[in-house]
Design a protein around this ligand. Structure first.
Ligand code: MG
Length: 369
């Protein structure tokens, strides 16, 4: 395989409703789409990074810079046959995982498509459908939150995740639990707590949560291990797990009992699969996290979540939960809380290039010549 050119596009998309985490409130996302071309074959990927460096140190602009000036120039015109060989072409470039994931996932699509197999099968996926959950932002109004939860339950979504932050945690979880006693429920703090604020987590232990996701700073594996020893509720790590090595450390320290596997955070599907394989071997359940990906990144998540260790419903839901229109055809939809894993070659969806061209606010092409 030899990539002749890499096309980059920044594509803004408005969210159907603003999304509030412990650190930011957003109305529009701006992901970078990556199209790789090798002869007659193409592949699509997505860098689903946030505009501000609040989830990790990367931003849309740093991803653009890395993709245009470092990653794409490192791969165009070079030969490779496996993803391992592709990633070694840019192996000297440190971190910048969301940028790498955009290029790397496009090459997975390219490679599996050129071989005529679905990306899910190519990765070793075993599921025909994945179980889907939703992630709800912090809402000021309880009634609005209850209405959203009731609506998603009616649609069949398998679990609900609530974003929490210090001072916006125990009371809202108690109210939701009272209103929905059987709801499979988890909470995600996005690293908003200090270890000195762990008392709120101890109080959350009473509400039969599936897990508490990433309470403390990403670097602080020891604080997570200390609180996990005290809690009945499993701790799940998200932001902390940026590599296979880091996942090994977290499991060795007992920092979590569940791992959120996220393609962008891990620099692509290869490292994501390695974390999955490690957890599967250790009996640690994983689920697929999301960054409100557009259809292209969402399709890659679907393929990943078809691997056997993804036993917990993840954040991968129908794209209509985030966007009025998708960029792939057919649009990704959940039916009774499950999304079918496509069986067509590569990502298994038709990419709507006309729509992408209309929406793109910046483009660049890196060619071999
Ligand atoms: Mg999270």
């Amino acid at each position: 395989m030899r990539i002749d050119q890499v096309d980059l596009m920044i594509v803004p998309m408005p969210l159907v409703r603003p999304f509030q985490t412990s650190s930011t409130r957003r109305w529009t996302l701006s992901h970078i789409l990556v199209k790789v071309t090798a002869g007659d074959d193409v592949g699509w990927g997505e860098s689903a990074c946030t505009p501000e460096p609040t989830y990790c140190e990367e931003t849309t602009e740093t991803c653009w810079h890395l993709l245009r000036d470092h990653l794409a120039p490192a791969v165009v015109g070079r030969s490779w046959n496996e993803i391992d060989a592709l990633t070694s072409l840019y192996g000297k470039i440190r971190r910048n995982h969301f940028a790498k994931a955009g290029l790397e996932t496009a090459c997975w699509d390219l490679l599996s498509r050129s071989r005529g197999v679905s990306l899910a099968a190519f990765l070793g996926g075993t599921r025909g459908e994945i179980l889907s959950g939703v992630s709800l932002g912090i809402e000021a109004s309880r009634e609005r939150l209850f209405d959203q939860i009731a609506g998603y339950r009616e649609e069949g979504y398998r679990r609900v995740k609530l974003k929490i932050a210090p001072g916006r945690d125990v009371a809202v979880v108690r109210d939701v639990r009272e209103r929905f006693p059987d709801l499979p429920l988890l909470v995600d703090a996005n690293a908003a707590y200090r270890p000195s604020e762990a008392d709120a987590l101890r109080r959350l232990d009473a509400f039969d949560l599936m897990m508490i996701e990433q309470p403390f700073a990403p670097d602080d594996l020891r604080a997570h291990a200390a609180v996990q020893r005290e809690l009945r509720t499993p701790i799940c790590l998200d932001e902390s797990i940026h590599s296979l090595h880091r996942a090994e450390e977290a499991l060795a320290l007992g920092s979590c009992r569940i791992v959120n596997v996220k393609v962008g955070r891990l620099g692509g599907l290869l490292e994501a699969k390695r974390v999955h394989d490690l957890c599967l071997a250790r009996g640690v359940p994983v689920w697929c996290g999301g960054m409100h990906e557009y259809g292209i990144g969402r399709a890659a998540n679907l393929a990943l979540a078809s691997l056997p260790g993804f036993t917990i419903p993840g954040d991968v839901c129908g794209s209509d939960k985030s966007y009025a229109e998708d960029l792939v055809d057919p649009p990704i939809r959940a039916v009774n809380g499950a999304i079918a894993v496509p069986i067509g070659p590569g990502l298994g969806f038709r990419v709507d290039e006309d729509r992408i061209a209309r929406l793109a606010e910046r483009t660049a092409r890196i060619s071999a010549d």
